[in-house]
Design a protein around this ligand. Structure first.
Ligand code: G6P
Length: 613
């Protein structure tokens, strides 16, 4: 949450910064601001989106070759002009942008107020820049980086920060702990940003800063990285493989729509080089290196947040059903704080699109101290979770920019399904026949997803029929219960319709009281194993005049006749069915949100990468 970008070099800084902020807007979009040095110190900020800031800046002199920008997701202080970043020191000479939370800001603020500091905003960030200013007051010659280092020693919490100094148009200081910060190294120019997207046009050389590292960039001297303990480090410069087209909408109206339509390709990318049904093999490099840990695991614990948590829920069915390994699923935020019993025989799998979610990161850090083996399933290459785990598999879905996760989810499911098949086979828990059938059906998923995408117009029609609902219920059983949760989450996060996901049989224990003629009930009715029971659930909804939207297997005329609307998906082995049944639910939510005039890619109050706990 919060996106930061900074530049120093020979080019005009402002266009790079504003373009970078647009790319980082997925991280937060309640206010934005810039600092540019060009003889004078130009600091502007504005409540609202980056486009609102751009309007404010029209006609302003923003020439200059050093500067920084910020797009905010509010933690301390409501989103308004004053609380927007950058924040200035008391004397106005220093400017800071920050992503994270300074947890002990209240006591620091009190101490600074006792020394005569006054604050304009309600933010924790302003406290930090005043603290740096205060440290320098004692020693006029103290460098900005040294004062920053000393200040950060007094700080608890998470930060990625960038600081500029009015009288020093050649220097940028940045630092990070628990929030991401990437240094981009160009030809005589440097970038700092929350991720690599603002810099890919200019360079593919990056350093992902580690926690408690401080980077000083000087226009003609280059960069130097020190730890908070003042030790110089020499991290490896990495070459990233990210193309600018991957960060554009590519002709689609929204990133979410593009990402939904990319799924035949992204699911195939998740499997590339990892499966060959004709030759009868499936392997994941990260697993192979540690196969004994998996085969001897007494328990698998999956931890994640949001949509990734729903992928974890499905993995619980997969690992128990196919590999017969006891499996638990934990919300990362709860896992960490409830003193869980973890042993060295446990395998902990963290699932995350961004690889930066603070709760997931904190959960695995604490599990690590108990000796468990940590495996990461992450999309964002080079992010923090892969650096914290013992091994893992990237999902290779490419950058996901729409805040509501779609292609990242199906790529996570693809990897988790491969893991369960591998373990089931190697442990002798699934037959040779079933193994080969699962492999070949898994390979067919991209083509089957493409077929479902062709039903978009039909799904759009259904969306039109239910767009004015205030509530919606999603029901599923077995492998498709977590898909009911995911369908409900997709709808509520982008269309603001209140939606609940439930195991179909649980409906009788509460939600049935809500059903009336205005209530759409989406029922995933593809499970062969529970077919008769699902039919009963549909009848229960119909008896109370609910509007049934059924996701059915192709040719299931019986359910089709009972439902008000039905969407057919291809027949597939049940463990693979979530990969198909989620697609119509993504499309349905998308169309409903568009029809309701909602901002699909940037739903209110949400952010894509949640780097605060
Ligand atoms: C946020 C996003 C969700 C995402 C969740 C977990 O809430 O809006 O789309 O599922 O974070 O993020 P992660 O990057 O760890 O998968």
């Amino acid at each position: 949450m919060c996106g930061i970008v900074a530049y120093v070099g020979d080019r005009e800084a402002y266009p790079i910064i504003i373009d970078g902020l647009r790319r980082l807007e997925y991280r937060g979009y309640d206010s934005a601001g810039v600092s540019i040095i060009n003889g004078s110190f130009n600091n502007y900020k504005k409540q609202g989106k980056v486009s609102d800031l751009e309007q404010l800046l029209e006609g302003k002199d923003l020439h200059g070759t050093i500067g920084m920008g910020h797009t905010r997701w509010a933690t301390h202080g409501v989103p308004n002009d004053v609380n927007a970043h950058p924040h200035l020191s008391g004397d106005g000479n220093l400017s800071i942008i920050h992503n994270g939370i300074i947890e002990n800001y209240a006591s620091l603020k009190q101490a600074l107020e006792n020394l005569g500091h006054t604050f304009k905003s309600d933010t924790d960030t302003e406290v930090l820049i005043h603290l740096i200013e205060e440290i320098r007051k004692g020693e006029k010659d103290l460098s900005l980086e040294e004062a920053t280092r000393q200040a950060l020693q007094k700080v608890d919490g998470a930060y990625a920060i960038v600081i500029l100094e009015k009288d020093n148009p050649d220097k940028i200081v940045g630092a990070k702990k628990s929030s991401p910060l990437v240094l981009g190294i160009g030809d005589g120019e440097y970038f700092l940003a929350s991720d690599a997207s603002p810099m890919v046009k200019y360079t593919d050389k990056v350093i992902y800063l580690e926690d408690e590292e401080i980077v000083t960039i000087e226009r003609d001297k280059g960069y130097q990285i020190r730890t908070i303990e003042n030790k110089v480090t020499n991290p490896k410069v990495l070459q990233i493989d990210l193309k600018i087209e991957e960060l554009e909408k590519g002709g689609y109206d929204h990133f979410m729509l593009k990402e939904i339509y990319q799924q035949p390709v992204t699911i195939a990318e998740s499997m590339r080089g990892r499966i060959n049904a004709a030759e009868g093999w499936c392997k994941l490099g990260g697993m192979e290196l540690h196969m004994n840990r998996f085969l001897n695991a007494k328990r698998i614990i999956l931890t994640a947040c949001g949509t990734s948590w729903h992928a974890a829920m499905i993995a619980e069915y997969l690992f128990e059903d196919l590999a017969r390994i006891p499996t638990e699923v934990e919300y990362a935020s709860e896992f960490r704080y409830r003193n869980p019993i973890i042993t060295p025989d446990d395998v902990i799998i963290a699932i995350s699109q961004s690889g930066e979610t603070a709760d997931t990161l904190a959960a695995i850090k604490s599990a690590k101290t108990k000796g468990a083996f940590l495996y990461g399933i992450v999309n964002n290459v080079g992010s923090s979770i892969p650096r914290e785990t013992h091994s893992g598999s990237y999902t290779h879905a490419g950058p996901e920019i729409g805040v509501a996760s779609t292609k990242a989810f199906t790529s996570q499911l693809t990897v988790l399904t491969m893991m369960a098949i591998i373990l089931g086979y190697q442990k002798g828990k699934i037959s040779e026949d079933y193994y080969h059938r699962l492999l070949s059906e898994l390979e067919s998923i991209p083509a089957q997803v493409a077929k479902i995408l062709n039903k978009s117009e039909q799904i759009k029609y259904i969306a039109g029929e239910v767009r004015n609902a205030s509530n919606a219920l999603y029901l599923g059983r077995g492998y498709n219960f977590p898909i009911a949760l995911e369908g409900a989450l997709k709808l509520k996060e982008i269309s603001y319709i209140h939606a609940e996901g439930y195991p179909a049989a649980e409906m009788k224990h509460g939600p049935i009281a809500l059903i009336d003629m205005y209530m759409p009930v989406v029922i995933i009715a593809t499970n062969e194993s529970a077919r008769e029971k699902i039919i009963s659930n549909i009848q229960e909804v119909k008896a109370r005049k609910g509007i049934v939207i059924a996701i059915i297997t192709e040719g299931d005329d019986k359910i089709k006749e009972m439902a008000d609307f039905s969407i057919e998906i291809p027949m597939i082995e049940e463990p693979l069915s979530p990969l198909l049944s989620v697609i119509p639910l993504q499309i349905l939510s998308y169309h409903i949100a568009v029809m309701r005039g909602c901002h699909v890619d940037q739903p209110r109050n949400l952010a894509k990468s949640v780097t605060v706990e």
